[in-house]
Design a binder for this molecule. Sequence first.
Ligand code: ARG
Length: 283
Amino acid sequence: MSTSQTATRTAHRRRYLMCRPVHFTVNYSINPWMEPANPTDTAKALAQWQKLHDLYLELGHEVELIDPLPDYPDMVYTANGGFVIDGRAYAPKFRFEERAGEAPAFADWFRAAGFDTVIPEEVNEGEGDFLLAGDVILAGTGFRSTGDSHREVGEVFGREVVSLNLVDPRFYHLDTALAVLDPVVGEGERANIAYLPHAFDEASQKVLAERFPDAILVSDDDGAVFGLNSASDGYNVVISPRAKGFEQQLRERGYNPILIDLSELLLGGGGIKCCTLELRGAK
Ligand code: ARG
């Protein structure tokens, strides 16, 4: 049995950056999920977010908070606020004007928290499009982060970058179409991933199949409810309660799925992972 299928999983303590959705609403549309005509319920968003936040603490993780800015209803999606490895933070440069003002706030937060902060030249939306799998960076492009940012992120961190092309507008960030299940792997070991194949073009599907032959392939139904937009500590995987098939697949592989409903935040086109930025190193 290959390591990716063994049932012994280890939870690793994580450190996350989150932002309370006090100003959450949908008053513009920059992805197919956002429909400004539909009402949003900020109190409900806050209550759902709080459950995720409290669960992380119960699981033994550390959660840092960034102050929400009044004019930035999408700031709750902190995954887009940067990409952080080994105490270095690569700040974002948002694709759309609507979110541009979040970038300096995240950069300031990283600096104040002691991270070596790199201001990017290229358009990139942080951990929405960059995921660390073992020692390689999986990088998405097609809707938000540019191909040039893939080169830049590789230079900033001195790591191999695997570029993946997203083709379905519903899955506009890499973290909506792919999840890394093992945040920490031993030397020479490969991280398990899960993904929705048809969110990627054929060439990228081939790359993924070659690099991750044991990956969990999720169904369209589970992908469409943002099932992949999840947070794993290596054992506990926080997922949407709607992703029934994925829940089962995770159990079969020895993970412990925990269900958290962020239906209100889905109105902005974001889920669990979008609200969670990993802070690796520093302190
Ligand atoms: N409304 C936000 C946007 O379109 C949602 C961001 C979701 N974040 C993510 N990491 N996928 O930018």
